[in-house]
Design a binder for this molecule. Structure first.
Ligand code: GDP
Length: 471
């Protein structure tokens, strides 16, 4: 990765945007850029409120070997076709140059301020690979097989585990056998992540998000049921898998952390708490564990491998619960509380003395409006929106055209309740109803000007992430 000389000069800030797949990274970055370049309403973003935000422009990004974030393509989909853009599959980057007026007299006397904001989008799954660096193939194999044998995973792990137990690790180093095992293992990981389980802890991260490395030997391995002791015999399947596991660490995991992760100044971690709520208590507990692993990456021990390659220190981290527009605003604070509960222990454990950590609930794109509907003499706080084509609720299949009012249910005001079995009379997870809605139409003013994408609390996120750098 080459830094060009012309990048020197104006101050720059590298903002990492991550989160597990479908957390909302693509939508978040697109909405952030759209709001900053189209005069979005951002009252909780101090530079905007003070009238000091002068504008923002997309500029060529600095790294010829990193794909550019496809902002224009994503906006066209969101605003013209009113469909959600394609999700993040690999790392990409975009530079936004923000012009502002300084808040201080001295600053203003120096002229217009300029901040180059480099936004780096990458899959959160890649962060879950860090713990692999301190494991050997034997430990990886036994932990992964053990996790696959947990009762809640039996259904999705059955084919892979059955095949694995029929494979002799001491047998010949057969490429095809390795490929077949990998295929079944990757299918199991995909099923754990997707579907109703919605689990988060599914390393190795690249098996689900391979980027441009799909099909390469470093990505074609799987755990084996190894003998209790001994070493891999030469030319055995065990030796082949072990060497690929080590290659994965060397050519995939370490380069990502060294080249991309180590250069970030600030980080936002997006979290789809609602999907985990839909997945039930197990999914929530699993998400908590994954967030703990992710947080661990930001505070590695000094003597650890990552601690030694970090060239700068991330000084602000925002955990943001996305898609808050699926809830009535009365529940937004509760959503934030649940995410706080999910990250509290990890934050305390990692003792973040150097970095400021905040937690917020937001919707980068607000696809719903709110209304109160009276039913059976009761007022229900509802959301209005057009469900995506193919969404199903109570046996009704939506066609992507009709607008509906939905009572999504209330989140509990005590998040603790979600982490233990419900007591008598307490609503369980089933009481929550979420649907995917189509992106909203853009509002047009009386003068015919299209407004920027509507959002919920995106301005608060911006204020925390970059507000101080526009002072
Ligand atoms: P990524 O995998 O992290 O890049 O996730 P995306 O940004 O592609 O988001 C995944 C899906 O979540 C989208 O296709 C939308 O259906 C939904 N989504 C993301 N952000 C929002 C939001 O702010 N509001 C709503 N209603 N849906 C969202």
């Amino acid at each position: 990765m080459a830094d060009f000389a012309w990048s020197l000069g104006s101050p720059s800030l590298r903002l990492g945007v991550t989160g597990l797949s479908r957390a909302g990274k693509t939508v978040f970055i697109t909405a952030l850029i759209h709001n900053l370049t189209h005069g979005g309403r951002l009252p909780m973003f101090e530079p905007w409120r003070a009238g000091r935000l002068l504008g923002a422009d997309i500029r060529p990004q600095l790294h010829p070997d990193v794909p550019t974030f496809d902002y224009r393509g994503h906006v066209r989909k969101l605003t013209d076709a009113r469909v959600w853009p394609d999700s993040t599959r690999q790392i990409s980057e975009l530079r936004l140059t923000i012009a502002y007026e300084s808040a201080t007299f001295l600053g203003r006397s120096l002229g217009r301020g300029k901040l180059d904001l480099d936004i780096v989008d990458y899959p959160g799954e890649w962060l879950l690979d860090l713990p692999l660096l301190s494991k050997d193939y034997r430990a990886f194999s036994s932990e992964t097989l053990e996790r696959g044998r947990e009762p809640r995973r039996t259904a999705i792990a059955a084919d892979w585990l059955a095949h694995t137990s029929g494979v002799d690790p001491l047998g010949p180093a057969d490429d095809e056998a390795a490929g077949r095992l990998h295929e079944l293992f990757a299918a199991y990981l995909g099923a754990a992540r997707g579907g109703s389980l919605a689990l988060s802890m599914v390393p190795p991260g690249r098996f689900l998000m391979p980027g441009d490395l799909a099909g390469s030997p470093a990505l074609t391995f799987a755990p084996l049921d190894l003998p209790e002791s001994g070493e891999a015999p030469r030319d055995s399947l065990w030796a082949l898998m072990e060497s690929r596991f080590e290659a994965y660490k060397d050519v995939v995991v370490r380069p990502f952390f060294r080249t991309h992760f180590a250069r970030l100044d600030r980080q936002v971690v997006l979290v789809d708490v609602l999907a985990a709520l839909n997945g039930g208590r197990e999914a929530l507990v699993d998400l908590e564990m994954a967030l703990g692993e992710i947080l661990g990456c930001f505070r590695p021990g000094r003597s650890s491998w990552l601690g030694q390659v970090l060239t700068r220190r991330i000084d602000r981290i925002l955990f943001a619960a996305t898609k808050a527009d699926h809830l009535h605003h009365a529940s937004h604070d509760r959503l934030e509380l649940i995410l706080r509960r999910l990250t509290d222990r990890a934050i305390a454990r990692a003792s973040f003395s150097g970095a400021e950590v905040d937690v917020k609930a937001l919707a980068a794109v607000r696809a719903t409006r709110e209304a109160t509907v009276r039913r059976n003499g009761e007022s229900l706080p509802c959301i209005l929106g057009v469900p995506q084509e193919g969404e199903l609720l109570d046996d009704h299949l939506y066609d992507g055209k009709e607008e509906i009012a939905l009572f999504p249910g209330d989140l509990p005001d005590n998040p603790q309740a979600l982490f233990r079995p419900p007591e008598a009379g307490e609503p369980g997870f089933d009481a929550l109803r979420f649907l995917r809605f189509r992106p909203p139409p853009l509002e047009v003013t009386a003068e015919g000007v299209s407004l920027s994408l509507p959002h919920i609390r995106l301005d608060r996120a911006l204020d925390f992430l970059i507000g101080d750098r526009l002072a």
